[in-house]
Design a protein. Structure first.
Lengths: 108, 883
């Protein structure tokens, strides 16, 4: 079992954006995708996902629509808006800069 | 913007709320189902998989709540939620809700009434354009606003400070429109009156300065709207009609607008007539500079003129007039006064009284808040398990506090609404009420926007005030403790906020009860006081012979005819006649001089004496004791030497002692020598609270008067007697309006202030008592319910009833006693203030003291009866089994 890391504050939104950027997903799917892309290293309390999703909807970064899932159940699917795509790009860049800086600061 | 957003989200939420919540639920459930599907695939049975999925999901309600907040619209939504939640909570405890709402309704209603009256008299300006620059002329030396007509004309012509000066006088006149003669109240106004005040007529026209062409030149009438409505039924054809005033033809030329009834705030005359026609209404000499018959002179200050400049201007005119007419116009110094309440004369007592009342009703509201605060605290304590549970389930403290405040504000708004509607009903009644039968006085106290605003504000403030009481309690709640051990933790803390509130409340109540008992006692005593005349079995008949056209030499024979005719009425024991009566409408007065004074100017006067002109049998009829000497006879007429009866005070003032006064002489300002033939007892003449005043009685035949009161002593039923008197006088002259009332009723004007004070204090006292009862009840009930289990154990262990009672209510009674003592002491201090309004109000009276103690004791007993029964009836078996 991999060691699971606590999420840094503010990173959940970025993870959601990243997860959704690969294609429309319903809530549970977002959760699975994050687990998958982080290699299971990041732990998210399942319910905590939703306040994050709604926060992004409200900021106009995501849009949502009802549809039918692969399990043949009704679910709400989320995808990025243009603003969301732009935000993801910016946030990713600034995160990378921060990560590099932190890594070099801590590594030297 | 934030507010706009909130409002928009509130509206959206109201419409889309249920749909949103449904969707959110569906989505979250869908998540759990998906998770369960996955778990099922790993081999778990479906039910177990669903259970696991729910557990993994975490606090469903919490995330749902957070999601909703994240979506926005949380402001509006939580308000709606809070309101619904509170309403549900309040519905569950109707007793608490009704008690709280009624308590507040009473307190806010009382405040709204008091504030309306304050608003009507003090705050709201007169209903004329630019009322803020309108000032009346106040004479400092005589301390009134009266002027003579020539002085008024000079002041008007010579001043540079006022736009224009107008004058008016209040008088009575007999109005004859072909119906019964009607005794009407009029304002004689200067010709420029309406124009200078900037008024427009409702119909017809006003009279103007251009209508004045010397004495009796303008026989015009302008009706007030109210009189036009009540007497002429709003008949528009009345304009142009000729009616008889005091037997003189006058033409009705117009009706004033409904809002205008003169510039004296509570006085409502029937109509206005031009002042130049004064000789037709009064025998006083219109053109005598010394005869100050004008009631008030007033005008708008010119723009840019300060009060000080205007006063300096007036004073310099006064000085000029003083030099030109040293005898009449000496000491003409002015200040400016607000006309609506006759300057400070009524303004100050009304302001003082209303401020006092406002303060008291504010205290009542505070007591109500204290009461509700402790009710709320008790409720919060009762609900501490619920609160703890909510906290444990993840509700935030702010959210719980918010729901408490919502509850408080809901209650306060409901209470405010009910209180305000009650007060509106009461104020409507008050507005049509005529407090003093004889005078056209109305208290126009209908509430306006300001009153509604204040009521709303008070409601909100009090809601937050009592809502804040349980805050600390909730913030301190430790959910684990409470859930584990039950709510009955902390007792026996030495002193809590709730105790303080109760003491405060009891003290306020005790102050009110003390002052109302003091007022009632004072009032009762003042009715049994010696006034220098009898109140019992006395009737007063007011006649003004001028109204039926009698003048000069016709007057005395007519008055004699009336006296003789009334004497024939069965049951009349004695009757006299006087131009004015003590404690009546008005008093004539004069300076008097010792016989050896040669220069008869004011500064040399021996006394300033009231003057009553009376018929021979007056003393007997009025019940005034003649201490020595003789009363007058019908032979004390114009042909015989001038004589007077003086009261003890005047005898002492002029002659040094009563013994020296008999048969001695004194002088009037005219130089007339008058011999004292009798000495009468002192009495009350101008007010109930006055110090002894010097008074002289003169024979009416030696100084005739058109105005006369018949004073009739009879033990017959007043109603019957009044009818008989009216019939008798109508037989003598059908055109003479008469006004018959008992001597008691005639005192109304003097008892008005103390009665109002007593009633107000009484009402507030009762309110205070009710609040105290509920407050003490709440406290005692709370104390008992908290310790019921302990009492059960005590009783089971063999405690005596008295011991249980002591344990249950000892603290409450201790607080009650302490509060009462504080209140009583404050009340004793307040009694001193009260003595200015209510004659002989003194708190140092055994009846007052025992009354207060008994009342407070009674309150305590009533309030703690039920809790005490509950404590005593505790059945240890049931209790111990239950817990």
């Amino acid at each position: 079992m991999t060691i699971q890391a606590q999420l840094l504050p503010g990173t959940l939104d970025l993870l959601i954006l990243r997860a959704v950027s690969l294609g429309p997903l319903h809530g549970y799917g977002v959760l699975l995708r994050i687990e998958q892309i982080s290699g299971g290293a990041l732990l998210i309390e399942q319910g905590a996902l939703y306040p994050g999703l709604f926060r992004l909807i409200r900021q106009g970064l995501l849009k949502a629509d009802w549809g039918i899932s692969e399990n043949n159940r009704r679910a709400k699917f989320y995808e990025l808006t243009t603003a969301g795509r732009k935000r993801l790009r910016e946030e990713t860049e600034s995160w990378n800069r921060l990560a590099t800086a932190m890594a070099s600061a801590l590594g030297s | 913007m934030k507010l706009f957003d909130s409002l928009r989200s509130l509206v959206t939420v109201l419409f889309r709320r249920s749909q949103m919540v449904r969707e959110m639920d569906e989505e979250l459930h869908s998540h759990i189902e998906h998770r369960a599907d996955d778990l099922e695939r790993t081999g778990l049975p479906r039910r177990e998989a669903e259970r696991r999925a729910r557990v993994e999901f975490g606090g469903y309600q919490r995330f749902k709540e957070e999601s909703r907040q994240a979506l926005g619209g949380n402001f509006g939504e939580t308000v709606v939620q809070d309101v619904r939640f509170s309403l549900r909570g309040l519905r569950k405890s109707p007793g608490f809700t009704i008690a709280a709402v009624l308590t507040l309704a009473l307190a806010i209603g009382a405040n709204a009434v008091v504030f309306s009256v304050l608003n009507a008299f003090i705050i709201r300006p007169l209903n004329v354009p630019n009322a803020e620059s309108l000032y009346g002329l106040w004479r400092i030396a005589t301390n009134d606003m009266a002027e003579s007509y020539p002085d008024y004309l000079d002041l008007r012509a010579r001043n540079h400070s006022f736009e224009d000066l107008v004058a008016y006088n209040i008088a009575q006149a007999g109005l004859d429109t072909g119906k019964d003669p009607y005794r009407s109240w009029i304002e004689e106004a200067s010709g420029n009156y309406f124009d200078a005040l900037g008024l427009q007529p409702y119909i017809g026209r006003f009279f103007h300065a251009s209508d004045e062409h010397g004495p009796n030149s303008a026989p015009y009438i302008v009706l007030t709207y109210a009189f036009w409505h009540s007497y002429f039924q709003e008949d528009r054809t009345v304009v142009g009609r000729v009616v008889q005033l005091n037997k003189h033809p006058f033409t009705i030329i117009g009706v004033a607008s409904p809002e205008f009834h003169g510039t004296l705030s509570f006085f409502n005359p029937d109509y206005f007539v031009p002042m130049v026609n004064h000789p037709q209404f009064d025998e006083s000499d219109m053109n005598a500079r010394g005869d100050r018959w004008i009631f008030m002179t007033l005008g708008h200050l010119k723009a840019g003129v300060t009060e000080a400049q205007a006063i300096a201007d007036l004073n310099s005119i006064g000085a000029e007039l003083g030099r030109a007419y040293p005898k009449e116009d000496s000491k003409m110094n002015f200040k400016l006064a607000r006309p609506s309440l006759y300057g400070d004369y009524l303004g100050r007592p009304v302001l003082a009284f209303m401020t006092g009342l406002m303060l008291l009703s504010g205290l009542i509201l505070l007591a109500a808040c204290a009461n509700l605060g402790s009710l709320f605290a008790a409720r919060a304590a009762d609900r501490s398990r619920e609160v703890a549970l909510r906290l444990a389930l993840g509700s935030s403290r702010t959210r719980i506090l918010r729901s408490i405040f919502t509850e408080a504000v809901l209650i306060s708004l409901a209470g405010g609404a009910i209180g305000l509607s009650g007060s509106i009903v009461l104020l409507k009644q008050l507005s049509v009420w005529q407090p003093i039968d004889r005078w056209p006085l109305h208290l126009a106290v209908t509430p306006d926007a300001k009153v509604y605003g204040v009521a709303l504000l008070l409601s909100l403030v009090s809601g937050f005030l009592f809502g804040a009481v349980p805050v600390r309690q909730i913030l301190r709640t430790n959910p684990y403790e409470v859930v584990k051990s039950g709510a009955s933790g902390r007792i026996g803390r030495r002193f809590s906020l709730r105790d303080l509130l109760l003491i405060l409340q009891v003290a306020i109540c005790a102050v009110l009860i003390t002052s109302s008992i003091v007022a009632v006692r004072g009032l009762a005593r003042s009715m049994h006081n010696n006034f220098g005349f009898e109140l019992q079995n006395t009737m007063l008949v007011e006649t003004e012979l001028n109204m039926a056209g009698y003048r000069g030499d016709d007057v005395p024979p007519m008055q004699k005819r009336m006296i003789d005719a009334v004497k024939e009425i069965p049951g009349v024991e004695s009757e006299g006649l006087a131009d004015q009566v003590p404690l009546g409408d008005a008093q004539a007065d004069s300076y008097v001089f010792t016989d050896d004074t040669s220069e008869l100017k004011h500064s040399n006067a021996a006394a300033h004496a009231l003057m009553f002109k009376i018929s021979p049998e007056y003393f007997q009829a009025a019940g005034t004791a003649l201490l020595s000497g003789r009363a007058f006879t019908w032979h004390d007429d114009e042909d015989s030497p001038r004589v007077a009866v003086v009261n003890r005070q005047l005898a002492r003032k002029i002659f040094g002692s009563e013994a020296k006064a008999m048969d001695g002489y004194f002088k009037m300002p005219s130089g007339t020598r008058i011999q004292v033939v009798g000495i009468a007892e002192d009495g009350k003449y101008g007010s109930l609270t006055e110090d002894p005043r010097p008074v002289m009685f003169l024979p009416i035949l030696q100084s005739p008067s058109n105005t006369a009161y018949l004073v009739i002593r009879s033990s017959r039923d007043p109603e019957q007697l009044a009818t008989a008197i009216r019939r008798t006088i109508r037989q003598i002259d059908a055109a003479l309006p008469v006004y018959v009332q008992t001597r008691y009723k005639a005192m109304d004007a003097f008892l008005f202030a103390p009665r109002m004070a007593t009633i107000s204090l009484g009402v507030l006292g009762v309110l205070g008592a009710m609040l105290s009862v509920t407050g003490i009840f709440g406290m005692a009930a709370f104390a008992v319910s908290k310790r019921l289990r302990e009492f059960g154990i005590r009783i089971a262990l063999g405690a005596q009833r008295t011991e249980v009672l002591h344990a249950a209510l000892g603290r409450t009674f201790g607080l009650l006693a302490f509060g009462s003592v504080v209140g009583l002491l404050l009340g004793l201090a307040a009694g001193k203030v009260l003595a200015f309004i209510v004659y002989q109000a003194t708190p140092w009276d055994p009846i007052v003291l025992t009354g207060v103690v008994l009342a407070m004791l009674l309150l305590g007993l009533v309030a703690s009866w039920i809790p005490a029964r509950r404590a005593l009836d505790t059945d240890p078996l049931i209790l111990l089994r239950e817990e």
